[in-house]
Unconditional design. Structure first.
Length: 279
């Protein structure tokens, strides 16, 4: 049962519905309440059930997960630090909007850090670590569920860098992966781009096996920078036009002669609004 904001209900389907990512998180042993709530909200944002701008009222979230307000407050603080939510005075927490600039910047930073991690890791890879990375690559390639794919994608990348032996570097990369999860889901919605990404992952595995450090570093940079540019373009296309620009267009249309405006109106009718709601 879905209840709208007027009843102060948390905007998610019931937890008993099969296939919800947070159902598994909720029963994980030795998981703190705040971590359980944060993981569940993160998964719901990634798979789109909590869209940008969705309200996250503490009391409603607490009732939904049957916890007190304290772990919810801690979870929302954690999500805000990771860029998943934003908190405004007198408005409370909401799901943060998607940002084309942020998406591109995340992948630019990842390209620099992951290139370094890969360079340090390749000489230390063993047969066992390569088998693990290969298995994770194949799991990500076959994955069709967006929420599961982002986790498998991160696991594959991190398995390539683990032998670097740089825990602080790997921690920073992990934070950027979490910040970029919902942006990666945008790319997942375009099957042709996922296929290209999977092919590049396969090429990367072969280079790591052959210990081709320079080639692997170049490929990981191109792979991540290309993803950042793709996401920036897609999100920029989906972004609504600024209110000022819309008003100017309206005034121009109103002042134009009727004979010229009629054909122009028919040409502007393509369903740009419908496209914008896809994100």
């Amino acid at each position: 049962m879905m209840i709208d904001d007027a009843t102060n209900r948390f905007p998610l389907e019931p937890a008993s519905e099969p296939g919800l990512p947070f159902a598994a998180v909720a029963v994980a042993p030795r998981t703190s309440a705040s971590r359980m709530v944060a993981d569940a909200l993160r998964a719901a944002i990634v798979d789109g059930r909590l869209p940008p701008g969705a309200p996250l009222r503490q009391d409603a979230v607490a009732r939904h997960f049957s916890v007190s307000a304290i772990p919810v407050r801690e979870a929302l603080r954690q999500l805000e630090s990771e860029g998943w939510t934003k908190v405004e005075m007198h408005k409370g927490a909401t799901v943060a909007p998607l940002s084309a600039d942020e998406a591109r910047e995340i992948y630019e930073i990842r390209a620099a850090l992951e290139g370094l991690a890969l360079t340090l890791a390749i000489p230390n890879h063993t047969d066992e670590s390569l088998r693990e990375a290969q298995a994770l690559y194949e799991e990500a390639e076959l994955e069709r569920d967006p929420a599961l794919y982002v986790a498998r994608n991160e696991a594959f990348h991190m398995s390539l860098y683990a032998p670097a032996g740089r825990p602080q570097l790997l921690e920073m990369i992990g934070v950027l992966h979490r910040r970029g999860e919902r942006y990666l889901r945008v790319k997942f919605g375009l099957p042709e781009h996922k296929r290209v990404s999977d092919q590049e992952h396969g090429q990367l595995m072969r280079m790591v096996r052959r210990k081709e450090i320079d080639a692997a570093q170049k490929l990981i940079a191109e792979h991540l920078l290309g993803t950042g540019e793709l996401l920036h373009r897609l999100l920029s296309e989906q972004a609504p036009a600024p209110a000022g620009a819309a008003r100017k267009r309206g005034k121009a249309t109103a002042s134009a002669p009727k004979s010229a405006s009629a054909p122009r109106a028919s040409m502007l009718t393509p369903k740009t609004r419908t496209r914008r709601t896809n994100g």
